[in-house]
Write a protein that binds this ligand. Sequence first.
Ligand code: MG
Length: 242
Amino acid sequence: MFETEKEQYLRTHGFGHTRLKAVLFDMDGVLFDSMPNHAYAWSHAMTQFGLHMTAEEAYMHEGRTGAGTINILAQRHWGRNATEEEIQEIYRSKSDVFNARPEAEEMPGAASLLNKVKDSGRLPVLVTGSGQHSLLDRLNRHFPHIFTGERMVTSFDVQYGKPNPEPYLIGLQKAGVQPWEALVVENAPLGIQAATAANIFTIAVNTGPLPDRVLTDAGANLLFPSVQSLCDQWEMVLETFA
Ligand code: MG
């Protein structure tokens, strides 16, 4: 069913075959419907400091480090990078707004997809730019027995973060697999760039307000309109990449 996309991927990267062993999952906008909260908090905090940012732009920067996002806006509005102090102040304000929002819901279809991956004998791995200490607790509460600390890449593990391939390269390493033995599930343009730069077949799920074109232009090999629709077609994906 997805043979054309697979063949194109193999040709582009010079790989001979796929043999699916691990699926690398982004978290925000894939496992949790948390992006509306992040986008609201970013635009609110930035605007407070005179750095005008729409919620839609926040979606474009999803996955970038906080400092990286702040400096892009600071360059545009102030013509200079933000100071370390300004970065801390803006990031604290963003976190305060974010933490005051109701906790994000599980993404519909995410739990069944994770279970299908696990039940098929493939390894689910988490690759997120997020770094709250409560992350593992929260993941275990919503998706019990899926992720362990050794199979997670968080902001504590990386130096550069997305769109650098680093987080996904570490994900492959933690799973002990090669790029052609993995798939990535991502919702953000920068995350897709990071995953394709790590030479992994990248499945985009468009769970936000950006046009599909933004995700395919970033390099997505396959696109689904939701996590649920990917879950519904998982058996066909598995058959293609097994
Ligand atoms: Mg995401």
